[in-house]
Design a protein around this ligand. Structure first.
Ligand SMILES: [Zn+2]
Length: 140
């Protein structure tokens, strides 16, 4: 392999890893947002004060702003894809796989793709539901 080709491959591998990393950050924010929304809903049912409502709404806006900051670093076509899935799957655009199964649609992921997801070498999508797939080590 000549030098240019190798450099080109390294560059794309690096940008792929960056994409996986950004998606992991976004997934974390999405999780936070959904936890907070759940807490908000149950507090509303219990009848909370206006100050409490305002405090949680402020926190939601703050986290949402943080998500926007991460999102601007994501490739445009990936942003659009994410947004489409976010609507379609009620905030679950990014899915953590357990063993080799998509936890969104419970379809098995082919071994080659599964290996790429585990090593975080590239961003992969579920062949059945299209969701963005991530792997988390147990200690994380
Ligand atoms: Zn799936």
């Amino acid at each position: 392999m000549n030098r240019e080709v190798m450099l080109e491959e390294e560059k794309s591998e690096e940008s792929q890893r960056k994409e996986v990393d950004l998606m992991m950050q976004i997934q974390r924010v999405d999780q936070l947002l959904s936890d907070l929304k759940d807490a908000f809903d149950s507090l509303v049912k219990e009848g909370m004060s206006e100050e409490e409502v305002e405090a949680i709404l402020a926190e939601l806006r703050h986290i949402g702003g943080g998500k926007d900051e991460i999102m601007v670093r994501v490739r445009r076509d990936l942003q659009n894809l994410y947004k489409r899935f976010y609507e379609r799957y009620k905030s679950q655009a990014i899915i953590t796989i357990v063993s080799d199964v998509c936890q969104g649609c419970f379809v098995r992921i082919p071994p080659v793709k599964f290996a790429r997801i585990r090593t975080r070498k590239s961003l992969e999508f579920c062949e059945n539901c299209g969701r963005i797939l991530l792997w988390h080590d147990k200690e994380e």
